[in-house]
Design a protein around this ligand. Structure first.
Ligand code: SF4
Length: 287
């Protein structure tokens, strides 16, 4: 019997599951072409299934090509206020699937920007979530990766974080700002889903002879899980699905080892179940 352990927190996080379930439910109800602003999630298998269900990803720059009464879904990363305003101006049906944890950051940023605080975001300035957050303070935020921002810092600042940021970066920014600013409002807005997955893979990779990390190569949280796993278990494989895994290691070799499996926050259950069932030799249950 193969020895395989699946991490308890593997696969879809709350926000991604909600976004995918709701868009499929919406499609069942309105049965017409639906657009998402950017890929709903970073997973090719899921995006293929969505396209088969008449749900297509478009860029923000494509909004001008849309017609009044088209339906547009905002993904869990969220968007800035100007994007919502533009969609409303064009009388497009908006279905806002911004993750509630991200929406809470938008609300804080808007409130404190209006009260005269300079917004500082710890995160990646190119990431759509950070671009969206910055859009709630008129794109005036200082965006940093930890530590003190360069240049002049006002005395009154409001600090928030990208939901997937490392805690150490947030902490460093807070400590450094405390040396400079008189008034700091600091909100640790890092999401637990990321932290829990990283802590679990850290333990599982120490106990396993082989680790399988399932997820898209374009998914940043999957890549982080892979890096953490690889640092304790050299025999770690990053695979997008079962076929991809088999191109790197044979099923016979997998079955000889104590295997740990985890998956990024945008990896669907059917990809995880297929791999687990195949390793166990129970393939007829996999879809
Ligand atoms: S990682 Fe957290 S904040 Fe991001 S979509 Fe998932 S639940 Fe929401």
């Amino acid at each position: 019997m193969a020895d395989v352990t699946l991490a308890k927190k593997a696969g879809f996080c709350f926000g991604v599951k909600k976004a995918v379930d709701e868009v499929i439910d919406l499609q069942n109800r309105i049965n017409t072409k639906i657009y998402t602003l950017g890929p709903l999630i970073h997973n090719k298998e899921v995006l293929k299934r969505l396209e088969e269900n008449n749900i297509f990803s478009i860029d923000i720059s494509d909004i001008d090509k849309l017609n009044a009464s088209d339906t547009v879904v905002i993904r869990s990363h969220g968007v800035g206020k100007a994007v919502i305003d533009k969609l409303q101006e064009k009388q497009i049906n908006i279905v806002d699937n911004t993750c509630p944890f991200v929406k809470a950051i938008h609300n804080k940023v808007e409130k404190y920007y209006n009260e005269g605080y300079r917004i500082i975001i710890v995160g990646d300035d190119k990431h759509p979530e950070v671009i969206g957050i910055n859009g709630w303070c008129n794109n005036t935020a200082l965006i940093i990766r930890g530590g003190r921002p360069e240049g002049y810092i006002p005395n009154k600042v409001c600090l928030v974080s990208q939901t997937t940021e490392k805690f150490q970066n947030y902490q460093k920014a807070l400590v450094d700002l405390s040396n400079t600013c008189k008034e700091i409002l600091a909100f640790n807005t890092i999401c637990n889903a990321t932290k829990e997955r990283q802590e679990e893979v850290s333990k599982l990779s120490i106990e396993s002879e082989t680790m399988v990390v399932l997820g898209d190569r374009s998914s940043s949280n999957t890549k982080k899980l892979f890096e953490i796993s690889k640092s304790s278990c050299n025999n770690t494989f990053l695979a997008e699905n079962y076929e991809d895994l088999l191109s790197q290691i044979s099923i016979e070799d997998l079955r000889k080892h104590k295997v740990g499996v985890t998956a990024g926050a945008s990896t669907p259950d059917w990809v995880i179940n297929k791999v687990i069932n195949e390793i166990k030799g129970d393939s007829h249950n996999g879809k």
